[in-house]
Design a protein around this ligand. Structure first.
Ligand SMILES: [Zn+2]
Length: 633
């Protein structure tokens, strides 16, 4: 091995610990000579995410040490890991009570190297190590027991076959990577065992999803990014992200379905907002990360779907969880160019309408390549009603419920799945002839302007409205509630006479018929429209709600004309029975909360804007999501 030619000027300052101890409280940071130590045994204090201890090592001596709390972000982001090197810029050495030794309190430092392959030991010479050290300073594997931590196993009778990052990179560049040999000599870490505090690991993973290379622009400038999903042989998945140089370098290298050894990545706590893989951490690969294809182990990744039926989508609106969908494509729009507000770029978008055997449809927006490529294919074959399976859709509340692809979404046309056959036979036998409503349409009110969101957005208990007199003071506030209708007062005015043209109130015209002030005309007929109040209850309390015609029809189960007919033709008893039948029925309501003034009395008024029946399955999913949110945060 030609490791002695490898020069990475990344090592500790010899005698650093003695230097620190001899000047335990430097007067000024400028007095401090260059002190670089290796961070060994890095760990948080208890369960703290800001306070970390480590052993500061110069290869010969170690000193118990603590990092500044503001430095914890570097650790949590993986920029500094165990076995990394730091340059100490300011510090004090304090005595530890009742103990002879001192502790190093680092108050200012900078990262020299995120992590080395192993712990530096300067007292024994080993020729064959490929460790990234200064010349004349060699590394030692401390003991057999520690070998596992190095991320490699050793060949029998040969002590050192570990490779430095530099060597592996060089071998790759020289196109001489003997993958098979490396495979034999390398210990692979299970993905499940990785964490941000672990410096050195190698994983063997399949590329199970590859996103697009995207450009972005933020306060720090422009760049590109792409991410991949990696799966190891235990089935553990992790998302890995590459920015800029790393993105450009690895985008052509990563191919869907191929198997890779990866090392020199960093981990940080995953952003749970858009969870596609079950992992507490996510990985970042930089341009020095090592990605090496394992030849002969490519496979076609089997996408695991977790399909959500269209009529169950309501529970996922604006939620953290992404959904998978399968259905029949009914309609495909042409491609639209959408101008992005952030940077004025235009991106292609195409809307498709998908139906499933819940007899509901939903709109899915395909973006970027999915709009232009798969979207065009779908448009060409829409007459054949193709089945599509889409993985990773975000559920938004536009038009009640709408779905949108992300860069990591995948669309497969007529996938070879049992669900495809099931949908096909449903569609051919009955679906084709059925008129289907959009899932969003019964979750929103068609005439509420700002409240057109799902029954699962802004869900509150009644007491959260009634206990807060400021709600609706300035402008109407919108909420969703899940309540029982507990009382409908029988002696209230429940309807008004309405103009058949404009639904406004009419008055009895002189002579005959009804006069509409708004239309300025007389009509001999009018219709009755509900205007009523109902009392509702939920576990937190009660409230009176104003209800207009459409939602009231859903509560009463009949039109106001019909209820009037019952009252006048069948008598008061039948009328009262009708009201009782509508009581103790659960409803999802979208409500507005506003203030109305009446006789110098300002009152909070809660008005029903839309009604939907309670769907127990969707409600359960919604509650599980809510519980999950509590446990995550
Ligand atoms: Zn009118």
């Amino acid at each position: 091995m030609a490791s002695d030619q490898v020069e990475m000027r990344k090592s500790v300052t010899p005698g650093a610990v003695s230097m620190l101890l001899s000047n335990s409280s430097p007067d000024s940071p400028s007095d401090i000579p260059e002190i670089i130590v290796q961070v060994v045994d890095l760990k948080p204090i208890g369960s703290s995410s800001t306070r970390f201890t480590f052993m500061a090592s110069d290869g010969k001596m170690k000193l118990k040490a603590m990092l500044p709390t503001h430095f914890s972000s570097e650790i949590n982001s993986g920029k500094l890991q165990n076995l990394g090197l730091i340059r100490i810029l300011d510090y004090t050495c304090n005595s530890i009570p009742n103990q002879p030794e001192k502790a190093l309190i680092v108050t200012k430092c900078e990262i020299v190297c995120p992590s080395l392959d192993m712990e530096i030991k300067s007292d024994v010479k080993k020729e064959e190590t490929g460790i990234i050290l200064k010349p004349k300073q060699e590394a030692l594997i401390k003991s057999d027991a520690k070998k596992e931590e190095l991320g490699m196993s050793l060949k029998p009778k040969q002590e050192m076959v570990t490779k430095s990052a530099v060597q592996i990179v060089r071998e790759q560049h020289g196109n001489a990577a003997p993958a098979a040999r490396l495979a034999m000599t390398r210990r692979v870490h299970p993905l499940a065992s990785l964490n941000p505090y672990q410096g050195n690991w190698t994983i063997k993973v399949r590329l199970t999803n590859k996103g697009n290379l995207r450009s972005y622009r933020n306060a720090r400038g422009e760049g590109h990014v792409f991410n991949v999903e990696l799966t190891d042989e235990d089935g553990t998945q992790i998302q890995a992200t590459m920015f800029n140089e790393a993105a450009t370098k690895f985008y052509p290298k990563f191919e869907l379905g191929k198997v890779y050894y990866i090392s020199k990545g960093s981990l940080r706590v995953a952003n749970k907002q858009f969870k596609t893989v079950q992992n507490d951490y996510e990985m970042t690969l930089n341009e020095n990360s090592i990605v090496e294809e394992v030849e002969g182990e490519a496979f076609v990744p089997e996408t695991k779907y977790n399909f959500v039926r269209i009529d169950r989508l309501g529970a996922y609106v604006n939620g953290r969880e992404l959904v998978d969908l399968i259905g029949i494509v009914q309609n495909v729009s042409s491609t639209l160019s959408i101008r992005r507000k952030s940077n004025n770029d235009t991106i292609p978008k195409r809307d498709i309408t998908i139906a499933d055997d819940s007899n509901k449809t939903v709109n899915v927006s395909l973006w970027n390549d999915l709009a232009t490529d798969v979207g065009q294919q779908l448009l060409d074959m829409v007459d054949t009603s193709p089945v599509v399976a889409i993985k990773c859709l975000k559920v938004g509340d536009f038009q009640g419920v709408s779905l949108s692809t992300l860069s990591r979404s995948t669309v497969v046309i007529n996938p070879d799945l049992p669900e495809t056959k099931k949908l096909r036979s449903w569609y051919d036998s009955e679906g084709k002839g059925t008129s289907m409503a959009s899932i969003g349409s019964n979750l929103i009110s068609p005439n509420s302007k700002t409240g057109s969101r799902s029954m699962y957005s802004d869900r509150v208990f009644l007491s959260q409205i009634t206990d807060d007199p400021t709600l609706g003071q300035d402008k109407p506030a919108f909420f969703s509630i899940n309540v029982y209708v507990s009382f409908i007062k029988p002696d209230q005015t429940m309807w008004y006479r309405a103009c058949k043209t404009c639904n406004k109130k009419v008055t009895e015209a002189v002579g005959s018929g009804y006069w509409c002030e708004s239309c300025q005309k007389n009509d001999d007929q009018c219709s009755l429209r509900y205007i009523m109040v109902v009392k509702v209850s939920d576990p937190s309390g009660e409230a009176w709600l104003s209800v207009f015609n459409e939602p009231a029809e859903k509560i009463m189960g009949c039109s106001a004309d019909e209820l009037d007919r019952v009252k006048t033709e069948e008598g008061d008893e039948k009328y009262q029975l009708k009201l009782k039948e509508a009581t103790w029925v659960p409803h999802l309501f979208r409500v507005s909360v506003a203030y109305t003034e009446f006789m110098n009395d300002r009152r909070q008024r809660i008005t029903v804007r839309a009604e939907a029946p309670v769907d127990c399955a969707a409600e359960s999913s919604y509650l599980l999501e809510e519980i999950h949110k509590l446990s995550v945060s």
